[in-house]
Each structure stands twice: as structure tokens, then as C-alpha cells.
Unconditional design. Structure first.
Length: 341
């Protein structure tokens, strides 16, 4: 499917309907299509780009290309094999919590079409870490990141226990971990980004990690709304805890310069897509420069075009992730970026 067919025909139809319902419909359609013989191979042929220059070795993992699917799209590891056929070099599942939870009340997903953005307040809706593992056991060759969080009912002073449960349970089935303390959609979760509790959390996970014969990379996903002082704290924390890198950035609670009707933009939740592009790139550049390139950064936020991807790589990102851009630009997006790179 070409970009123009998607943008001019498919997307306008999909965007007539509720965003969350369309997400589930798209999932079901992709899964159903892959049950037809040879469809997976055809999609792989159409959308996959392989070239030695695209390969990256980052925190000890050899990635076939630097473009991954961000967490939140395949929360429960239901479709990672099928989605990888669209050219992604890696898939990040989650955010997963120890116990299943429904997330926040619906309606909780909103398109900002004039801004090419999405507001979500999903609230870590997922089937729990055990359910995901049943599907991950069938994985053969897709590089998987495990994005982990805490249950909504778990108080912050017990949050470390939730992260440890997810870490221990997922350990055999993922290639790297992402500690998510930056979602704005779980009450008080972002308080865990403060220096003291975050250091304790990451050190505890690292102690558990180092007990293993082959420790896994641990990354921290941060908010774009941190101040420069807080970002300097993040650099210190990475050095202190010896984690392997940072994902910059999660969604933003800011609503600056939006063109979409105010009835939608006043919805609470995290904003992703084009409006986040510049701020996430600023955060990447700041961390890269101030840390003197001391750790890898996965850049995410507002990547819709090959030029957006190049900007983030030039700012200091080692790998990239997309989500909202995939929704707006269509399935050929990854291929266009990889061909340009």
C-alpha cells in the first residue's frame, strides 16, 4: 500500500470512527490477513529494507535497523511477529504490570488531526505480565523490548516490588527492559522520576539484573516535561546506577501551539505525534551533549518523515521508535525512512 493510497483513501475512512475501536479493528485485520498463506511473506517483501549500513549494535544487541515500534501499540505482545513484517528492527511491548488492569475509563484516546497528534490517557491497560509471556514464548527472531510499570493500586512506596515482579517474570523472554516512570496517565507515577526514588528503583533492578549469568540492558523512559535541572539529575542517575540508556521521550502534558479544536486539546492525558517533535529532539540533544555521549539514547516523539528521523539521529539518538507517525503516515513509513537512511 502506497503512502498516497493510505492517506487519501484508507486513513480518512478509519478516522471516521473512534480511535480506540479503530486500533482494535486494525489489530484484528492484521492478524486475520496473516492467517492467509504467504501474506506475511508478501508484506515482508513489500516493506522490509535490509542493508549492512542500517545495522546497529547498541547496548550489546545487534539491531537489523534502527527503527523500532514504541511501547503502547502492542501492549500485550499479541502482534509482535506480524508487526515486525512492516520493516521494524525491533518491537517494544507493554507497558506491562504485574496484575491485569483495565486502565482508565473510556473515552481515552483522541486524534488531533490538524496537528497530527494523539492524546491518550489509557492508564497502563494490559492483561498482566503472565499473559504476555504465553505469547512471547513463541517468539523466534524478533528483538523485543519489555516496557514495565506498576499497577495503579500499588502505592509509590511499594512500586519497586511491581517493577521487580515484571523484571523477574519477563527476563527470559525479552532482549532489553524499559522502566516506565514517565507516563502521565497513572496517578503520581511521575513522582518516581525524582532523583531519590528513581535511584533506589534502578539500583534495585540492577542488583537483580547482575545476579543473572547474562544481564539484560535496562533503559529508563523519561518525560519531555522535565526541566534542565531534572535532566542533569537523569544523567547523574544513569552514571550512578549504571543502567544502559535512556528513551527520550514519553508523551507530554504540554498543549502549546496546537491548532486542533480546544474541546479536544483540553482532554487530559499524554500528547504524542508532531507537536512533540521539537521538544523530544531538544531533550535528546541536551542529554547527548551534557553527558558527553556517555550512554545510548532511543529517540521517540513526532517522527513522521525521514527528515524527522535524521534530525533525531543527528541530535544524538542511536535508535529511534515510532507510534503516532505510523498511525498518520501508514505502513510504508518505516520503509521510506530506512531507504533515506
Amino acid at each position: 500500500m502506497s503512502q498516497q493510497v493510505y492517506k487519501n483513501l484508507i486513513r480518512p475512512i478509519l478516522f471516521l470512527f473512534d480511535a480506540e475501536k479503530v486500533h482494535h479493528f486494525s489489530f484484528a485485520s492484521i492478524r486475520l490477513a496473516h492467517k492467509i498463506p504467504y501474506v506475511g511473506s508478501i508484506i515482508r517483501y513489500l516493506y522490509t529494507v535490509k542493508h549492512p549500513k542500517l545495522e546497529r549494535e547498541v547496548f550489546g544487541i545487534r539491531f537489523p535497523n534502527p527503527i523500532g515500534l514504541a511501547a503502547g501499540f502492542d501492549k500485550d505482545a499479541k502482534l509482535f511477529r506480524e508487526l515486525s513484517n512492516f520493516g521494524f528492527g525491533f518491537i517494544e511491548i507493554g507497558t506491562l504490570t504485574p496484575k491485569p488492569q483495565d486502565g482508565n475509563p473510556k473515552k481515552r484516546l483522541f486524534r488531533l488531526q490538524a496537528d497530527k497528534g494523539i492524546i491518550n490517557r489509557m492508564g497502563f491497560n494490559n492483561q498482566g505480565v503472565e499473559a504476555a509471556i504465553k505469547r512471547l514464548k513463541k517468539n523466534k527472531n524478533v528483538i523485543i523490548g519489555g516496557n514495565i510499570g506498576k499497577n495503579k493500586i500499588t502505592p509509590n512506596d511499594q512500586a519497586t516490588d511491581d517493577y521487580l515482579i515484571c523484571f523477574d517474570t519477563l527476563f527470559p523472554y525479552v532482549d532489553y527492559f524499559v522502566v516506565n516512570v514517565s507516563s502521565p496517565n497513572t496517578p503520581n507515577l511521575r513522582d518516581l522520576q525524582e532523583k531519590k526514588p528513581l535511584t533506589v528503583l534502578l539500583k534495585t533492578l540492577q542488583i537483580e539484573n547482575q545476579k543473572r549469568e547474562n544481564p539484560k540492558p535496562i533503559l529508563l523512559k523519561i518525560a519531555p516535561d522535565l526541566t534542565e535541572t531534572q535532566l542533569l539529575d537523569i544523567i547523574d542517575i544513569v552514571a550512578d546506577t549504571k543502567i544502559d540508556g535512556v528513551i527520550a521521550t514519553n508523551t507530554t502534558i504540554a498543549r502549546d501551539g496546537l491548532q486542533t479544536d480546544a474541546e479536544i486539546t483540553k482532554e487530559t492525558g499524554g500528547l504524542s505525534g508532531k507537536p512533540l517533535r521539537n521538544r523530544s529532539t531538544e531533550v535528546i540533544r541536551f542529554l547527548h551533549t551534557k553527558s558527553k555521549n556517555n550512554f545510548p539514547i532511543i529517540g521517540v516523539g513526532g517522527i513522521h518523515t525521514p527528515q524527522d528521523a535524521i534530525e533525531k539521529l543527528e541530535a544524538g539518538a542511536s535508535l529511534l521508535q515510532i507510534y503516532t507517525g505510523f498511525v498518520y503516515e501508514g505502513p510504508a513509513m518505516v520503509k521510506r525512512i530506512l531507504n533515506r537512511l
